[in-house]
Design a binder for this molecule. Structure first.
Ligand SMILES: Nc1ncnc2c1ncn2[C@@H]1O[C@H](COP(=O)(O)OP(=O)(O)OP(=O)(O)O)[C@@H](O)[C@H]1O
Length: 241
């Protein structure tokens, strides 16, 4: 059996006539943490959204766990257990923390509901303390925890994270990245994350890809890219670390 979980092959994605992805190849193996770094507008979020089926790739293919999901509608992609914490977190502001977690549970997993909520509360004790508080009143870091927690309620095979560190203080980012690492190490969860905070992402990741203008220009282990002079000059020097 192949150890590849996600394979993006020659993908081009358009918004009208604008080509946001220009032939992207990316692979994520089971149990890996892989990150995608790059400047604003490079196409990182578009790649993540293309994996989730909206927008769909115009050419190329997205293979998940051996199945071609390129043309599947988004709800069926979610049923394949790809869960996303999207850019901007998108929690439900008027619902409580607990209700937000309920929204993330899939019908297939209801029998695990209490167990899964407890697991998320153990991972993020702050969410337990605030379980009756409305999502919209949480701090940015707490909202990010909730967004990840809600995605985890789907018992994903692949967790997609779009800019989890955005707008958060370094100590909060560390807490969230430590939690992701712990999930990966204890549960073997596979994670694909998009980050502008290249330093934090590369430190966390087994492997990473660099994206420029809709194309992958470099790839390597987190360590290799951290030491790479081009990466350092473009994404690390004067950065947020
Ligand atoms: N809905 C849209 N309609 C038209 N163009 C879009 C749309 N969404 C994104 N784009 C364009 O596609 C390109 C890639 O955008 P994308 O959001 O994927 O980049 P990104 O690397 O995630 O950037 P950021 O880090 O700023 O979020 C950009 O040129 C952007 O302007």
């Amino acid at each position: 059996m192949s150890d590849t979980l996600l394979s993006v092959q020659g993908v081009e994605t358009y918004y009208g006539n604008i080509r946001a992805l220009a032939g992207v190849n990316v692979e994520v193996k089971k149990g890996e943490i892989v990150s995608l770094i790059g400047a604003n507008g490079a196409g990182k979020s578009t790649l993540m959204m293309t994996v989730c089926g909206s927008p769909q790739a115009r050419t190329g293919s997205v293979i998940f766990d051996g199945e071609d999901i390129t043309r599947l509608p988004t709800h069926l992609i979610a049923r394949r257990r790809i869960a996303q914490s999207p850019e901007g977190r998108r929690i439900f502001p008027r619902m409580t923390v607990y209700e937000n977690l309920q929204m993330g549970a899939s019908l297939d997993n209801l029998k695990y509901f209490n167990e899964d909520v407890e697991k998320i509360f153990t991972l993020f004790p702050r969410l337990k303390e605030r379980q009756s508080q409305r999502g919209g009143t949480l701090s940015g870091g707490e909202q990010q925890m909730l967004s990840i927690g809600r995605a985890l309620m789907a018992r994903p095979k692949l967790l997609l994270l779009d800019e989890p560190s955005l707008g958060l203080a370094p100590l909060i980012v560390k807490g969230i990245f430590d939690a992701i690492k712990k999930l990966n190490q204890t549960e073997g969860l596979t994670v694909f994350l998009v980050e502008q905070n290249a330093f934090a992402a590369l430190k966390l990741s087994d492997r990473a890809y660099v994206m420029v203008n809709g194309q992958v220009t470099m790839s390597g282990s987190g360590k290799e890219l951290l030491a790479n002079p081009e990466v350092r000059a473009a994404y690390l020097e004067g950065g947020r670390h």
